[in-house]
Design a protein around this ligand. Structure first.
Ligand code: FE2
Ligand code: FE2
Length: 306
């Protein structure tokens, strides 16, 4: 099997100013104030074309975007994000896009399915969870715990988790390499836990308990604006990957914004971060695990608690 290369991006946070008072009469007013107060300075829209060009230059077999493409879920933001990402989204079979909490920012945007209108072609189903094959025996199982009007906390509905269990039970025989895609991580590496603590997935423990039964898998997320590759202690067979936010200004100079290049070669996984240091792209290997996705290491049905 030839190596399969995935470009993983997240948290692009395209933004648009709006001064329409009707639109500001909602949670969006909060988002717009935050934007006025700093997002415009922290998320550099003018970098997006260069990021897209760099992603295209690694010639990925698949592009995976794990949410927060927008800032306040406005149609104009979705349109702008879609236009800017067009070079990476030519073929729906070769791109997967899931929403983040900022893409479900208001009830109206969520009910109006703004995200789906812009990026629904790059999903494996209409409702979450869904599962899609992106390569031979390689599948993405997508979850959506994002919901409007409750701050930045996420909640994975019970029915969605039950449906995900069913999907996995029905399809695990056909899958060697499983990638769970979900905007919210269940945990963050030491040093970044505080960043997650004020905007957590409320029922992360429940999700983690299920993930721990899946055997070796990748979990691709965003939400905390730092790139990482780590294994949450509660989910010892998981390699959790966060792509970080590619347009974020790196104030400290120690966390260059960019994206991940994930190479799957048989059961081997290699992860490289491409970061922009202000003048050049810098490559940083984040993980290299030989045989990590070997399905014979899987313990499907392993009783919880053992
Ligand atoms: Fe974000
Ligand atoms: Fe987020």
């Amino acid at each position: 099997m030839a190596a399969f290369r995935i470009a993983h991006l997240s948290d692009i946070h395209v933004w648009e100013w709006t001064l329409n008072p009707v639109r500001l009469m909602s949670k969006r007013a909060v988002g717009m104030t935050a934007l006025l107060l700093g997002r415009a300075r922290r998320f550099r829209q003018e970098r997006l074309a260069a990021v897209v060009e760099k992603v295209a230059s690694i010639r990925p077999d698949h592009v995976l975007i794990t949410g927060d493409l927008t800032t306040t879920s406005m149609r104009e933001e979705f349109a702008r994000a879609h236009d800017a990402l067009r070079p990476l989204l030519r073929t729906p079979e070769r791109a997967t896009v899931i929403p983040g909490n900022h893409d479900r920012y208001t009830r109206r945007a969520t009910r109006g399915r703004h995200f789906e209108h812009a990026f629904g072609r790059f999903a494996g189903g209409v409702e979450y969870p869904w599962l899609r094959f992106i390569a031979d025996r390689t599948a993405v199982l997508a979850l959506d715990p994002c919901r409007p009007a409750v701050g930045a906390r996420g909640l994975l509905p019970e029915e969605q988790l039950a449906a995900a269990r069913e999907l996995w039970e029905d399809h695990h025989d056909e899958i060697d390499r499983l990638i769970v895609a979900c905007h919210y991580p269940v945990d963050a590496p030491e040093g970044l836990r505080d960043d997650l603590a004020w905007k957590p997935l409320v029922n992360a423990d429940e999700l983690a308990d299920w993930l721990a039964t899946l055997g070796p898998h990748l979990f691709c997320c965003g939400h905390v604006h730092n790139a990482w590759a780590f294994t949450p202690p509660r989910v010892p067979d998981e390699l959790c990957l966060n792509a970080g936010a590619p347009l974020l200004v790196d104030r400290e100079g120690d966390s260059p914004p960019g994206f991940l290049e994930i190479t799957l070669d048989g059961a081997d996984v290699a992860v490289v971060h491409h970061g922009w240091d202000g003048s050049a792209w810098v490559e940083r290997p984040l993980a290299h695990r030989e045989g990590f996705l070997d399905p014979t290491r899987r313990r499907v049905g392993f009783p919880l608690g053992e």
